[in-house]
Design a protein around this ligand. Structure first.
Ligand SMILES: [Zn+2]
Length: 194
């Protein structure tokens, strides 16, 4: 399984990539079926337990694998609600979404375990909790924050504090330690793996 794939506006996912991905069926935070790559899910569970124990928050999966058809529906929805400009800065065009890989997860946070209050309704508060309690731990579990703040010109997407991507521990550690994006990581290694 190739965990170091780069998918962005310039690099569309190939049609056969998903054939080599072992997707498993799990439930998302709303109890709906969602597919996710096996290893990404087992690492997510470890991250979740760590955050529960040491940061006193609960994270759940809001979204993981998304087919191209599902992506198209979301894109059209965003365009009709917010217009083309907003939609294109947050939602990837068909074939350019990391969610097609099964390796990306959109997280939702519950900061009050007793009441299970989601802070995802409030963008500023959510961002703060992600920054203080989640981001620094991601690389220990093989994940990266895929669309960091201030790197919009490199990643092509607005800051998304909730969107994490499984790349494996050695790459996540290097990306975290160097403070770079996945795009810059590929540049550094000479684009050999694309
Ligand atoms: Zn996402």
């Amino acid at each position: 399984m190739k965990y170091d794939i780069l998918v962005n506006r310039q690099n569309k996912i190939s049609d056969d990539f998903i054939n080599d991905v072992k997707l498993i069926n799990i439930k998302d935070v709303n109890g709906n079926d969602v597919l996710i790559e096996e290893k990404a899910f087992s690492q997510f569970l470890k991250l979740k337990h760590y955050l529960m124990e040491y940061e006193d928050i609960i994270v759940e999966i809001e979204c993981a694998y998304r087919s191209k058809i599902e992506q198209e529906i979301i894109y059209e929805e965003f365009v009709s609600m917010y217009g083309e400009n907003y939609a294109s800065s947050f939602v990837a065009p068909i074939g350019c979404s990391e969610h097609h890989t099964g390796l990306a997860i959109d997280l939702i946070i519950y900061f009050d375990k007793e009441g299970f209050i989601s802070c995802n309704d409030n963008f500023d508060r959510t961002t703060l909790v992600f920054e203080e309690k989640v981001h620094k731990h991601l690389s220990d579990f093989g994940f990266i924050l895929r669309y960091p703040k201030g790197r919009e010109d490199i990643t092509g997407y607005s800051y998304e504090p909730w969107h994490i991507r499984y790349v494996g521990k050695s790459i996540s550690t290097e990306i975290f330690n160097c403070g770079i994006t996945l795009e810059e990581y590929y540049e550094k290694i000479g684009n050999n793996n694309i």
